[in-house]
Design a protein around this ligand. Sequence first.
Ligand code: GRF
Length: 209
Amino acid sequence: MKNIVILISGRGSNMQAIVNAGISGARVAAVIANRPDAAGLAWAAERGIATEVVDHKLYPSREAFDAALAATIDSHQPDLVVLAGFMRILTEGFTRRYEGRMLNIHPSLLPAFPGLHTHQRALEMGCKVAGCTVHFVTAELDHGPIVAQGVVTLQDDDTADSIAARVLTLEHQLYPAAVRRFVAGELALHDGKVKCGDNPAASLMSPAP
Ligand code: GRF
């Protein structure tokens, strides 16, 4: 049985999607938040999942916070660390510690639009498609090797909010699917490149018609 530790900062809808997917061969060992008021904590606790808070405001530096976070994560013996709306910039040492076993989901088609306000930026650039990306986490923010992408077509009357809603629905399918493939041993990082099993189509998703 593989242990998954999920890190959140807020509502945790991607965390919920992963828990609800009931991935065989894995258990969500803990949900950890950097904010005591992260709404997803209560949802996880109600389901009997261990929850922890490592409040970044209580640490004098990023290094001190990341050390405390790593100690908390490691106490749950993770095979996979899943960032699900975890809104902290991580130190290089932290990302190296979990190299090849830490995933993130980002609401854009990376490498376009790392960082915040991705859907507004896509609209302003006149993009015809938007989407989300699951990637292995490296030291560079929102830049690690890409595992899977979900694509939505943009319409003339789209707003940042309407795009966010469509993309989020896709995130809730794409992220559990990627975690399932990792747990099944079909997804790994070798020499900085993603190796996946014999189903490359599983790396691209668009909404059901
Ligand atoms: C998602 O859009 C995710 O792609 C981004 O932050 C948001 C988190 O939403 N990294 P939730 O907390 O999973 O509902």
